[in-house]
Design a protein around this ligand. Structure first.
Ligand code: GLN
Length: 240
C-alpha cells in the first residue's frame, strides 16, 4: 500500500512538473511593423529592437509572445477588446493613453523631429510650422504635437513612407515623426534633412490592460534584469 502511495505521489509530482514546463504563459502582442528600427518587416518577418527586447523578456520570464502586425491606431482598441494582451510599438506613454492602459516603466527615450526637403531656415522651433503643410501619421504623438500648433495645416497619413513620399513630391512642407525612424528615412535620401529645433523628450513603454498589473510587474522586473546584465545594451548596439 505504502509503495503504491509513494508511486502515485511520484507520478503526481512529475505530472505537475511536466504541466508547468509545457503550459507556458502565452501572451498575444500587437505591433505595427512600419517603424524601423523598432519594428519592421524583413523577408516577411517582424523584426526590430522591440522584437529583440520581447525575446529577451521571454527568456527571463518564460512567457511565450505571439506577435501580430496591425495598424498603429488599431493597437490600443485591439488591447481593450482582448484581441491582443500587450502592445509594444515604439509607443509613447502619453498622459492621454495612460487614462486607458497600463504602461511599463519607460524602455527608450525619443523625441519628435521635423523632416524637410532641403534646409528650411525659417524653422527655429515647432511653432514655426504655422502656415505650413505638415505631414503626420494618424494617431501618432506627432499628430497631437502638430495639431496643437496654431496655424499649422495638418495632413494625416496612414503610413510614414506615404508622408515622406508626399514631402519628396513637394505636396507638403514638412513631416513630423519620431527621431529614430526619421533618421532611417533621411539616411536613404540626399535631399531630406532633420531641422535642428528643440523638442520635448518622450518615453516609449509597453502597454497592457489596466487590470494586468501582475503582467506588467513581471515585464518591468525582466527589463530591469536585461538592463543590468548587458543584454539591453547589446540590443541597442545592434539597432543604433
Ligand atoms: N511614438 C509614437 C507614438 O507613440 C509613434 C509610434 C509608432 O509609430 N509606432 O505615437
Amino acid at each position: 500500500m505504502k509503495k503504491i502511495v509513494k508511486l502515485l505521489s511520484v507520478l503526481a509530482v512529475s505530472l505537475l512538473v511536466s504541466i508547468s514546463v509545457f503550459a507556458k504563459q502565452v501572451v498575444y502582442v500587437g505591433t505595427n511593423a512600419e517603424f524601423a528600427p523598432f519594428e519592421y518587416l524583413e523577408k516577411n518577418q517582424i523584426v526590430g529592437f522591440d522584437i529583440d527586447l520581447l525575446n529577451a523578456i521571454s527568456k527571463e520570464t518564460g512567457i511565450e509572445f505571439k506577435v501580430k502586425d496591425m495598424a498603429f491606431d488599431g493597437l490600443l482598441p485591439a488591447l481593450q477588446t482582448k484581441k491582443v494582451d500587450l502592445v509594444i510599438a515604439g509607443m509613447t506613454a502619453t498622459p492621454e493613453r495612460q487614462k486607458t492602459v497600463l504602461f511599463s516603466k519607460p524602455y527608450f527615450t525619443a523625441k519628435q523631429v521635423i523632416i524637410t526637403k532641403g534646409e528650411d531656415k525659417s524653422l527655429k522651433s515647432f511653432d514655426n510650422l504655422a502656415g505650413k503643410k505638415v505631414g503626420v501619421m494618424l494617431g501618432f504623438t506627432g499628430d497631437s504635437v502638430v495639431s496643437e500648433i496654431k496655424g499649422a495645416k495638418v495632413e494625416r497619413f496612414n503610413a510614414a513612407y506615404a508622408a515622406i513620399m508626399a514631402l519628396n513630391q513637394g505636396k507638403i512642407d514638412a513631416v513630423v515623426l519620431d527621431s529614430e525612424p526619421a533618421k532611417k528615412y533621411i539616411a536613404n535620401s540626399k535631399q531630406l534633412m532633420i531641422a535642428n529645433v528643440p523638442a520635448e523628450e518622450e518615453d516609449y513603454a509597453i502597454a497592457v490592460r489596466k487590470n494586468d498589473k501582475a503582467l506588467i510587474e513581471k515585464i518591468d522586473a525582466a527589463v530591469a534584469k536585461i538592463k543590468a546584465n548587458g543584454e539591453y545594451d547589446k540590443i541597442l548596439k545592434k539597432y543604433f
